[in-house]
Design a protein around this ligand. Structure first.
Ligand code: UDP
Length: 237
């Protein structure tokens, strides 16, 4: 589809959003820039933008087929995705199937413990506050960031996403350890937004537990680019 890229509306840590001729549609451009620890660590991962766009585009299309409404319209190019112009709900959902990262720090537990059923978390999307862990009452009564109905729907959709992705990655010999989702409002609907990629998920090779995600960058484990390429091959290839 021909789509004219208009002015830049927003630049985030890993993506830039551009206007189009249609105010209801925007272009999400994926950069190679990488940050960790709330942008205290900065760098670049060669071709990450292209890999993440391809992985996210592929997964959004599969999730749509599963009945999860998303902001995805179409992949325009290597690094560009045409999306519905949503209003992002300032919440981050984290779904955890295996302990790692934040849950180990918060609860003082080891990495690698299987969580069944999975653990669902809300975080308040705020760089200044370091995306704190919050509960339903914080969202409903203190922040007034969403309605009871929206929270119920977001939770239901997140569980559906986890069920689907866990099985999808298992077939590709990948353990889906955890991931982060964001949702947006669009025409009275709640849509899955942002991206699903090695930046926003933890992926461990099944059996070896080799990390194939942004933890390689966060922890300076080396072979960062090849881990992203490996995930692209497993997801799309
Ligand atoms: N995550 C993310 N953006 C954030 C924080 C976390 O995409 O701002 C992802 C992260 O890649 C991981 C999951 O959400 O797959 C859970 O992250 P966690 O809460 O363990 O925080 P971290 O250890 O990454 O700081």
């Amino acid at each position: 589809m021909q789509m004219t890229k208009g002015k830049q509306l927003y630049e985030g840590k890993a993506k830039i959003v551009y206007a189009t001729d249609d105010p209801k549609q925007v272009i999400q451009y994926f950069k190679d820039d990488a940050t960790a620890d709330n942008a205290k660590k900065r760098g670049s991962i060669l071709d990450k933008g292209s890999v993440n766009n391809q992985i996210a585009s592929h997964l959004f299309q599969l999730l749509e087929k599963e009945g999860v409404p998303t902001h995805f319209i179409e992949q325009l190019s290597d690094r560009e995705m045409l999306i519905k112009h949503v209003e992002i709900v300032p919440l981050e959902v984290t779904m955890r199937n295996i302990t790692a990262g934040g849950i180990c720090r918060t609860l003082g537990i080891e990495e690698g413990i299987v969580l069944n059923p999975p653990v669902f978390e809300w975080h308040y999307k705020s760089d200044e506050l370091d995306d704190p862990l919050i509960n339903d009452d914080h969202i409903l009564y203190a922040l007034k960031a969403a309605t009871v109905e929206e929270l119920a729907l977001i939770k239901k959709l997140s569980i559906q996403v986890n069920d689907f992705l866990k099985a999808y990655f298992a077939e590709r010999k990948i353990d889906l350890v955890d991931f982060k989702l964001e949702f947006g409002r669009y025409d009275g609907q709640i849509l899955l937004a942002d991206e699903i990629s090695p930046d926003t998920c933890r992926f461990w090779e099944h059996g070896t537990r080799r990390k194939l995600d942004k933890d390689r960058f966060r922890r300076d484990l080396g072979d960062v680019e090849s881990a992203y390429q490996e995930m692209l091959k497993r997801v799309v290839g």
